[in-house]
Design a protein around this ligand. Structure first.
Ligand code: ZN
Length: 261
């Protein structure tokens, strides 16, 4: 991972303020005697979170497998997702990280839009997930996944949208967000960038509804490879899931509060 220099340092400072809002707010409040309760870092912001798959998708294959239009081609409504060799499901991992992240973001004042609120349901389809986030006019959004890659492959990848008309206006913003996210996730969790997907942790994908149909800045993160024993041992831990959420919250805060990108 290469450093992004000054802009990265500024972003990290903001991110740290985001994680320690009380401390940063304290500095701000002491600047003047008339200062009241300082605004939270994400007050007025809307963040979309899509925890991939769902815990009972496997019970209704006819619904899950039906084809939808993803903006370029037909794609299944949803899939079951992958799991570790020990049977820990990706759907559960995605849901846990999303819950932690939603808590972190709400604590900073954001309004959070989740595409599912339990891990005991079916779907919704990937088209519906995009629609929920688009209609909320989210300032930024993240699709949370973990990969089912080759057993000898390690690491995480940030999947970026490719312009298709619908998403044209958010390509640049998504790339900027993706770069911040990659740095934060790598630094806070220690997970290496993928050694089998994309380049330096970034992978451009034109076959996913979540990226093809988005009208808000969005990336999809494969948080690690569930089929790799080293990654899997990390991904199943609550402490790692908590850390992943903190990294995402830091990236979102840095992205949304850095004036010039
Ligand atoms: Zn997935």
């Amino acid at each position: 991972m290469t450093s992004r220099g000054k802009s990265l340092r500024i972003g990290l400072t903001l991110a740290l303020c985001g994680l320690a809002a009380a401390a940063c707010a304290g500095v701000s409040a002491s600047a003047g005697p008339l200062a009241g309760t300082p605004a939270l870092a994400l007050a007025g912001k809307v963040v979309g979170i899509d925890p991939g798959h769902n815990g009972r998708n496997y019970t209704d294959p006819s619904f899950i497998d039906h084809l939808i239009w993803n903006g370029r081609e037909e794609e299944a409504c949803d899939t079951t997702g992958t799991e570790t060799a020990g049977g820990y499901t990706e759907a559960q991992f995605n849901f846990n990280v999303a819950q932690y992240l939603a808590g972190d973001l709400r604590a900073e004042g954001a309004r959070v839009v989740l595409t599912r609120t339990s891990n005991g349901g079916i779907g919704p389809c990937v088209t519906r997930r995009s629609e929920l986030i688009n209609r909320a006019h989210a300032n930024v959004a993240i699709d949370i996944h973990a990969d089912g890659g080759p057993a000898d492959g390690r690491g995480f990848a940030v999947l970026e949208p490719v312009a298709d008309g619908l998403n044209d206006r958010v390509i640049g913003a998504s790339e900027a967000f993706g770069r911040v996210l990659r740095e934060q996730y790598h630094q806070l969790t220690g997970m290496p960038v993928s050694d089998y997907d994309g380049t330096d942790g970034i992978s451009y994908r034109d076959n996913l509804a979540g990226l093809n149909l988005t009208t808000v800045p969005k990336v999809l993160v494969e948080c690690g490879n569930m089929r790799n024993s080293v990654d899997a041992a990390l991904l199943v831990r609550a402490s790692f899931q908590r850390l992943a959420a903190r990294a995402f919250a830091a990236a979102i805060t840095a992205y949304l509060t850095t004036p010039a990108r």
